[in-house]
Design a protein around this ligand. Structure first.
Ligand SMILES: [Zn+2]
Length: 234
């Protein structure tokens, strides 16, 4: 699958001027590294991202715009690879990562994780060159009305390696999965580590149901990263 995706990306770069321009611009992005409480943060100055990061996500703006993740509204030049019969794996034309994918559900349904976490684990197992991520509908998703994951080049985000040294303690063992908590304020990170997909998903369900949900919200405010390596999901 990684090879199929490489082919897709090369094909899109050859045929899609907007995507090509934005991936070319990525090499000129300025990066500043900050140390916050001993934790490395990489800050990108990436002007091409303003289209995504500046997208209006209030209810009215969402209602009035045509959804850019719906198949009918995507530019004809944007090609995809079907996943599990109801997602499409697409190149993200506004990249943060050297390789950046968006994986929308084919139907226009709201961004919610609870019924899709298992899909996220399957995706991570399939996309071993990538870290898969999920932004909650009020936690940075630029299309909170259309369910989607993203995936970026594995190893790009400092936390993927750093979390091991930031472990502050174990919350619990659950079957053959472990739930850790990190000392990484101002983030508040929990880590699930398991060689078994179903156990990881069950443990995620317990954490999900334990997190507070603010009034008017549909799910706890969270962002998720998932990667699969050496037979384990993190
Ligand atoms: Zn849509």
């Amino acid at each position: 699958m990684n090879q199929r995706i490489n082919n897709l990306l090369n094909n899109q770069l050859a045929n899609w001027e907007l995507a090509r321009a934005n991936y070319t611009a990525l090499s000129g992005v300025r990066v500043k590294e900050l140390d916050v409480n001993g934790i490395l943060y990489k800050v990108q100055f990436n002007p091409a991202r303003i289209v995504s990061s500046g997208a209006k996500v209030d209810a009215r703006s969402i209602k009035e715009r045509s959804c850019f993740l719906c198949p009918a509204n995507r530019p004809p030049v944007q090609k995809g690879i079907p996943f599990e019969g109801h997602y499409d794996i697409l190149m993200n034309p506004f990249p943060i990562f050297p390789c950046h994918l968006t994986i929308p559900e084919q139907a226009h349904v709201e961004q919610r994780i609870v019924t899709r976490f298992g899909d996220m684990l399957s995706l991570a197992q399939l996309l071993t060159d990538y870290t898969v991520f999920y932004n909650g509908p009020r936690c940075g998703a630029s299309a909170p009305d259309h369910a989607h994951f993203q995936a970026g080049s594995k190893g790009f985000m400092p936390i993927e390696k750093d979390w091991h040294r930031l472990v502050a303690g174990k919350v619990a063992d659950y079957r053959n999965a472990t739930l850790w908590y990190l000392d990484d304020a101002p983030r508040t990170t929990l880590v699930i580590d398991s060689p078994d997909k179903d156990t990881a998903a069950a443990l995620f369900g317990i954490v999900y149901r334990s997190l507070p949900v603010s009034s008017g919200e549909e799910e706890p405010m969270l962002n998720l990263l998932t990667l699969y390596e050496s037979g384990r999901w993190t």
